[in-house]
Design a protein around this ligand. Structure first.
Ligand code: ACO
Length: 306
């Protein structure tokens, strides 16, 4: 008996901000943003708990799971509604769950940290049969909309999965890493806005993610050429291209949403996963590699057999 992803759900706020909209108030333009980041538009105005509830409902519906079936809720977020209670508690109540719930904050690597943690908890004696794992971030609320170095990149969104014990699906290999000495290149103070050294983050992210994917593939005992579906954190299409080429996975195997969402932090990998599902590539047995990086710096990779 192993553990599979039984349902996927997503939520994006309604309000769309295009690159042309941004260019009305900051010194930038659509061509530059599309060429340098691969982003055309992003959604804003989301509230972390509300987006999470909506994404979780969709994932539960796809998995055929009701509130009483969920044994644990893990919410990955770096933009909690309040300092406390944990936003997972708000989501737990919103969904009518009676199980335990907690937040994980590993910024844009959150979904990977959450996934490996959730998987481990399901494997311990007495672990839940079904678990809700959600990434939800309202990055627009942490963005200084007068700073062209960051305002072009971020957006709001949520993605959720139901994990369940099953005969199909398994975690083949994983890697989680962090280098806290790099905190100053990407951070957000309490009550402040995201501060970022873009070029430095770019360089460090590519190196960290390539190393992480390599380690996870070795742990899984497979080669890059065995990967069928590659779901990288949606931060910048040029980072995705650089990572894919260095790791040796063709871009055709990536499934991206960044053009329409921007960087949604913890939500970006489940949003890309939903895209892969819509593209019809998440067949039983497919080898799926998810990888992400972010503030910390923290990074992580999970290689799963669907
Ligand atoms: N619009 C127009 N021109 C711009 C803009 C803009 N928004 N920003 C910078 N420029 C100009 C610069 O002034 C510079 O001009 P110059 O050559 O005349 O000096 C030129 O464009 C190049 O600037 P760079 O900063 O070198 O641009 P770069 O190619 O590095 O792209 C970017 C910037 C998109 C921010 C990139 O560095 C990046 O994506 N970095 C990674 C960011 C990231 O992934 N962060 C999220 C991490 S996940 C998390 O945890 C939150």
């Amino acid at each position: 008996m192993t553990i599979r992803i039984a349902g996927i759900g997503t939520n994006l706020p309604e309000k769309v901000v295009t690159n042309d909209d941004l260019a009305q108030s900051i010194d930038t333009n659509d061509d530059w943003i599309r060429e340098r980041a691969g982003i055309r538009e992003r959604r804003v105005g989301g509230i972390t708990s509300e987006m999470a509830v909506a994404a979780c409902r969709e994932a539960m519906a796809q998995a055929g799971a009701g509130p009483d079936d969920i044994g644990l809720l893990v919410l990955c977020t770096t933009s909690p509604d309040q300092t406390f209670p944990a936003t997972s508690a708000v989501v737990q109540a919103g969904l009518g769950l009676s199980c335990g719930a907690f937040d994980v904050n590993a910024v844009c690597a959150g979904f990977l940290y959450g996934y490996v943690t959730a998987y481990g908890l399901m494997c311990v004696p007495g672990g839940p049969e079904k678990l809700l794992l959600c990434g939800s971030d309202a990055m627009a609320s942490l963005t200084d909309w007068t700073d062209r170095g960051t305002a072009i990149l971020f957006g709001d969104g949520a993605g959720a999965v139901v994990l369940e014990r099953h005969v199909e699906g398994e975690l083949l290999g994983w890697d989680l890493g962090a280098d806290g000495s790099l905190g100053s290149i990407l951070y957000c103070d309490h009550g402040g806005f995201i501060k970022m050294e873009g070029r430095e983050v770019f360089r460090k992210a590519v190196r960290a993610v390539v190393g992480s994917v390599d380690k996870a593939l070795v742990n899984a005992g497979i080669q890059a050429s065995d990967v069928d579906v590659f779901l990288p954190h949606q931060a910048n299409i040029r980072i995705i291209e650089a990572v894919a080429s260095r790791v040796g996975i063709p871009m055709e195997k990536t499934h991206n949403v960044i053009a329409h969402t921007g960087n949604t932090s913890s939500a970006s990998i489940p949003l890309a996963m939903a895209q892969a599902q819509a593209d019809g590539v998440l067949e039983p047995g497919a080898i799926v590699c998810m990888t992400g990086f972010g503030g910390g710096m923290a990074w992580g990779t999970a290689v799963v057999r669907w």
